[in-house]
Design a protein around this ligand. Structure first.
Ligand SMILES: [Mg+2]
Length: 170
């Protein structure tokens, strides 16, 4: 089981992941973290931009599922209600178990799955351990607290490795 923290690919925001990007990578199931990935933590309901993005993926047959560690099931339930996508709460990332359960529910194999998130120690590690593509976004709403700024800085060297690898492969 690989325990790498290195993301497979970096994006600025979730909406850079278009149906075309997914098609090229052979992805039919996009698992995604919620807080700071699809919305700032303070945002209780999805905005229109997020709804439109999910609709654009669904129109191309891409399944999106939220895999969240959020301890409040209520937060994820409230956010996802009306969004029309399923979620796997209490995912226990960096354990891969939540991702594997979501893949099982969606009927998707590892090679057709990517995990999107903003944190190396949970999202990217879980993705690498599950053997799926580890796609990383910048924290939505930016790093606000001191701790978030420190975390952001600590993640930078790992993201730099990802950039170097992708340049080499290009
Ligand atoms: Mg997050």
């Amino acid at each position: 089981m690989p325990v790498s923290l290195i993301p497979s690919r970096l994006f600025r925001r979730y909406d850079e992941i278009t149906p075309e990007v997914l098609r090229r990578a052979g992805i039919t199931l996009l698992l995604s973290d919620l807080d700071f990935t699809l919305a700032p933590k303070s945002c209780r309901t999805p905005d229109q931009a997020l709804r439109d993005w999910i609709a654009s993926l669904a129109a191309e047959g891409i399944q999106v599922m939220i895999v969240s560690n959020n301890r409040s099931g209520e937060r994820v339930t409230e956010f996802c209600s009306g969004l029309g996508i399923p979620f796997q709460g209490h995912a226990g990332k960096p354990s891969p178990k939540g991702l594997l359960a979501a893949m099982e529910r969606a009927g998707a194999s590892r090679v057709h799955t990517a995990m999107l998130g903003d944190k190396l120690l949970t999202d990217m590690l879980a993705a690498n351990r599950a053997g799926v593509l580890a796609w990383m976004v910048e924290p939505l709403g930016g790093a606000v607290t001191v701790w978030q700024k420190i975390l952001h800085a600590l993640q930078e060297p790992f993201k730099a490795v990802c950039r170097r690898r992708n340049r080499k492969d290009a």
